[in-house]
Every structure is written in C-alpha cells, then in structure tokens.
Design a protein around this ligand. Structure first.
Ligand SMILES: [Zn+2]
Length: 89
C-alpha cells in the first residue's frame, strides 16, 4: 500500500467544516493578548481557523465563535485585516 502523506485537518469556526490546514486562515491570540493573523501557521498561542470566505468570517463574528475560541474580543483592526485577507487584497 502506498504511503499517503497525512494532511493536517482543522475545523473552520464559521461553518464547522473540516478542511486542510493550508486552506484556512489561522488566527492566533498571542500570549500578550493580541489577536493576529498567523501567516506562518507556526505561532504559539490559542488559535482558531477560518475559511477564506466572507460568510465564514461573518458567521464566526455574529455567532461569537471567534470570541469563544480565542477568549478575547476582536478589534475592528483585526476584523478589517481578516476581511482584506479573505478578499485577497
Ligand atoms: Zn468555513
């Protein structure tokens, strides 16, 4: 049997779908209580994953899933960054 490389799977906090880690945006709460987008996927801290879809960001914000996952309110700045990230600007 050929060896299949395991792709790390994560769940989007917006739609609760399991996806490959690389397809998702990682959002991290750093140890000094800042919420940032982790482009490397390697930052330490409490993390949450989100699809690159505006619907998932909306759902995660409206349903407070992001706040619950990170234990911290998201600033307007971070939300704007996420919107930019998703729209690919
Ligand atoms: Zn999603």
């Amino acid at each position: 049997m050929p060896r299949v490389k395991k792709i790390p799977q994560r769940i989007c906090v917006g739609c609760r779908q399991t996806r490959g880690k690389k397809e998702l945006i990682r959002i991290v709460r750093t140890p000094d209580y800042k919420v940032i987008i982790d482009h490397t996927g390697k930052m330490s801290g409490r993390g949450a994953y989100l699809c690159r879809r505006a619907e998932c960001l909306r759902a995660a914000l409206d349903g407070k899933q992001l706040v619950r996952a990170l234990h911290l309110e998201l600033s307007q700045e971070v939300i704007a960054d996420l919107e930019k990230e998703i729209s690919g600007e």
